[in-house]
Design a protein around this ligand. Structure first.
Ligand SMILES: [Cu+2]
Length: 141
């Protein structure tokens, strides 16, 4: 029974996330910057990302570092992530996952790519519970 509840909750959460993303789909930024390049969140913050190794089938990790405009590190924001294959949407969806902060203040999310092809990673940055930036990174496995 708890397992059923868990799945129901997970489904509901992914539904909510999908709704919240699509409601502002006009504002989803296509992130073209590559690993380690600066990506502007707003006037106050920017971030960089890096993968643990080359994208390939199997588990990996995306690591994000957030910076204030003066270049100092910021650890006060929250990041939600979700990944999926756009050509078979929903089949390997991770659902929304909260990035976990590590000791050095970077934000981590595990990825698990189970097939070759195009994958998208959706990122939502929040400040005090409010969405301040939504972006998508496309990768080829
Ligand atoms: Cu697939």
């Amino acid at each position: 029974m708890p397992k059923v509840l868990f799945f129901a909750a997970a489904l509901f959460m992914s539904f909510l996330f999908a709704v919240s993303i699509s409601a502002q789909s006009g504002n989803v930024v296509l992130i073209k910057e590559r690993e380690k390049q600066k990506i502007v969140i707003n006037d106050n913050y920017y971030f960089t990302y890096i993968f643990s190794g080359k994208p390939k089938i199997g588990p990996s990790v995306i690591r994000i570092s957030i910076f204030n405009k003066d270049g100092s590190q910021n650890t006060s924001l929250e990041i939600l992530g979700a990944y999926d294959m756009p050509q078979m949407r929903g089949h390997h969806s991770s659902g929304p996952v909260k990035f976990q902060k590590n000791k050095t203040g970077d934000y981590l999310m595990p990825l698990n790519s189970v097939m070759r092809g195009k994958w998208e990673i959706l990122l939502e940055f929040q400040e005090d519970g409010e969405n301040i930036f939504t972006g998508v990174i496309n990768i080829n496995i």
